[in-house]
Design a protein around this ligand. Structure first.
Ligand SMILES: [Zn+2]
Length: 428
């Protein structure tokens, strides 16, 4: 069925224009003002006063299957993604079993295609069982549909194995995504090392635990001339290292997550140590938060990813010490980024860039990341002024672990189109 989006403001990474969008099957065939309705077999979406973004692309989602479908599965994850305006998501391999061979990766890929709500691309593990000991079969993971590899949740501790991973990944055209955490340094840490850990006697997680591995991985990538993508960068010092590496021509890209530009250590304190604020890496200081915002503006941070990390009520209740790390993000990322963009008085183009164009470029995803003729009709049609409030009943994700519960946010995704099909429609 053909479809016409009428009267929208179209936001791409370089421009905002008023135009109609004509879709045939799964593809955008025209983007211009005043498109005449070609026949009565066209479904019309009136987008007057709304903004249309290229469907968002998340490089960092945890969908918990195989292994923990009580936290999330591909269907609920896909629905949460579509509600958040995402049309492509990459799911991390720290599942049980890990996505570390052809069978598991192909299972995720096939199941995702069956569901069909958004595109779900599995990320393969770098090492077998994410144990850091021996490499997985990169070629087979690629055949199963993986585009990137990561041991997310852990760094590859052994620098020799990481070196080999970079070399093989290059041969297969796969992207290495690094989770940067020196586990000896982060130890039993639950929040950032700071005056708070000093005062309260909490085990500390120093910023160094991240920046040290960022520095090592950048150095290995530089040495080999390899491509590197750094996950969830959260500290000022890491960003200084990345800024310098980019200046020197190292092929490095990085992401941050909405919580690192929206929240800081102070919010944990103010919440009375609510476990919903416990994430890995931990929320930074006010200085880190400012550095993350600045790096986003200046392009040192290439993209925004969610690190959507669903956990059951039990896993997140009770003590800050014992709670799991992570918060859900798919349904919140757009509103939180919009909030930041407004606070920093930036143009909306940066949202299209960091949530769609850049991730498409980083993964070399064709026909994605822009609203233009010939591209997939993957679109997020949003009302920027509409307010909403998350509560456990209206969250699509199976898990409800977010500190933004019951908080008012602006920006509602009215429609999400995936390959020309309406996969999400907001309730009015
Ligand atoms: Zn991670």
């Amino acid at each position: 069925m053909n479809l016409l989006v009428k009267g929208a403001k179209v936001v791409n990474s370089q421009s905002i224009t008023r135009a109609d969008i004509l879709v045939e099957k799964d593809t955008i065939v025209e983007v211009k003002p005043g498109i005449k309705i070609p026949s009565d077999k066209v479904k019309i979406i009136s987008a007057e006063g709304k903004y249309v973004f290229p469907g968002f692309i998340d490089l960092h989602t945890h969908l918990r299957v195989p292994g923990r479908p009580d936290k999330e599965d591909l269907l609920t994850g896909a629905k949460a993604a579509a509600k958040g305006g995402f049309t492509t998501i990459m799911c991390m391999p720290n599942t049980q079993p890990a996505i570390d061979d052809y069978e598991v990766a192909a299972w995720v890929r096939n199941k995702a295609e069956e569901i069909g709500i958004v595109d779900i691309i599995p990320i393969g593990a770098i090492t077998k069982g994410r144990q850091g000991k021996s490499l997985t079969e990169f070629g087979r993971l690629k055949e199963a549909g993986c585009l990137a590899l990561s041991d997310d949740g852990d760094s590859v501790e052994n620098s020799y194995i990481l070196r080999r991973a970079f070399e093989y990944a290059k041969m297969f055209g796969l992207l290495i995504i690094s989770h940067c955490q020196d586990k000896e340094l982060s130890g039993q840490g639950i929040i950032r090392e700071s005056f708070v850990t000093a005062q309260m006697g909490f085990p500390e997680w120093p910023a160094l635990a991240e920046s040290l591995i960022v520095s090592r991985d950048v150095e290995i990538a530089r040495y080999l001339g390899a491509r590197l993508h750094l996950a969830h960068v959260s500290t000022k010092r890491s960003l200084e290292i990345i800024r310098q590496a980019k200046k020197e021509g190292v092929s490095v890209t990085c992401e941050t997550c909405p919580h690192y530009f929206s929240l800081s250590l102070q919010d944990i304190v103010n919440s009375g140590f609510n476990p919903y604020y416990k994430v890995n890496p931990p929320l930074g200081t006010e200085e880190d938060l400012k550095a993350v915002r600045k790096a986003l503006k200046e392009g040192v941070i290439d993209c925004v990813a969610t690190d959507h990390a669903p956990h059951t009520y039990l896993d997140k209740e009770g003590d800050f010490y014992d709670a799991e790390f992570g918060m859900i993000g798919l349904e919140f990322a757009f509103s939180l980024f919009l909030k930041m963009v407004r606070e920093e008085e930036l143009g909306l183009e940066i949202i299209a860039e960091k949530m769609s164009s850049a991730p498409a470029r980083i993964l070399s995803l064709e026909k994605r990341g822009s609203v233009q003729k010939g591209y997939y009709a993957d679109l997020a049609i949003v009302d920027l002024e509409k307010q909403w409030q998350a509560n456990p009943e209206n969250i699509f994700s199976k898990s409800k672990n977010t500190p933004f519960l019951y908080k008012k946010l602006k920006g509602v995704v009215e429609y999400t189109l995936f390959r020309g099909k309406i996969v999400h429609r907001a309730q009015s």
